[in-house]
Ligand binder design. Structure first.
Ligand code: S3P
Length: 193
């Protein structure tokens, strides 16, 4: 922030989508951003832009711990992105302390679905290193382990039940309601004449 400039408004909060691979975070996020008139950003894209190589290349060349360290760095960068719709990678909120930091940036939404649906959708496309070399049971165990973190979102939307449009509708209704219930900011002091 420029020295000497007093902000008159608090920074606008972001909407952060979390959830397992195959939940449709990119598709829902893009449509949600369009509906809300906000910028859309994906943490995986922030990582590939930083590194100049794809997520599978990062995993293959540097391994998962390196990728997770990049996610931690990107989490720091997100603090500067006010009023965005942010789609996160499936493991992004699972680092200790990450979900709390995401909650501080705005409204966190868990795009949930039953494991069968997620697995079927996640395995449809190549290029997900967390699925490579893991059996279905191992992926299910990963999902079970992560559910407790996703469950700390402000809102959970079952995408398998409602589809993309329905999910976006539910999120926008929730945001409107949250805004309506938010206590009004105290009026700025006016100079007395
Ligand atoms: C990962 C999910 C991926 C990507 C990376 C790791 C995970 O994102 O961040 O391959 O650990 O679940 P999507 O959830 O968009 O597939």
């Amino acid at each position: 922030m420029d020295a000497g400039v007093t902000p008159t408004h608090p920074p606008s909060p972001s909407v952060i989508l979390v959830g397992f691979m195959g939940a449709g975070k990119s598709t829902v996020g893009r449509l949600l951003a369009r509906r809300l008139g906000l910028c859309f950003v994906e943490t995986d894209d922030m990582i590939t832009a930083r590194e100049g190589r794809s997520i599978p290349e990062i995993f293959a060349e540097r391994g998962e711990p390196y990728f997770r360290a990049l996610e931690a760095a990107v989490l720091g960068d997100l603090a500067a992105k006010h009023g965005h719709v942010v789609s996160t990678g499936g493991g992004f909120p699972c680092r200790p302390g990450a979900i709390e930091r995401l909650r501080a940036l705005g409204t966190v939404v868990w795009l949930a679905a039953d494991f069968e649906t997620l697995y079927e959708r996640a395995t449809r496309l190549e290029g997900r290193p967390m699925l490579a070399g893991r059996s279905r049971e191992e992926v299910a165990a990963l999902y079970e382990a992560r559910k407790a973190v996703y469950g700390q979102a402000h809102l959970a939307v079952d995408v398998s039940g409602v589809g993309v449009d329905g999910a976006v509708g539910r999120i926008t209704r929730y945001l409107r309601e949250r805004e309506r219930l938010r206590p009004a900011a105290p009026a700025a002091a006016q100079p007395r004449s």
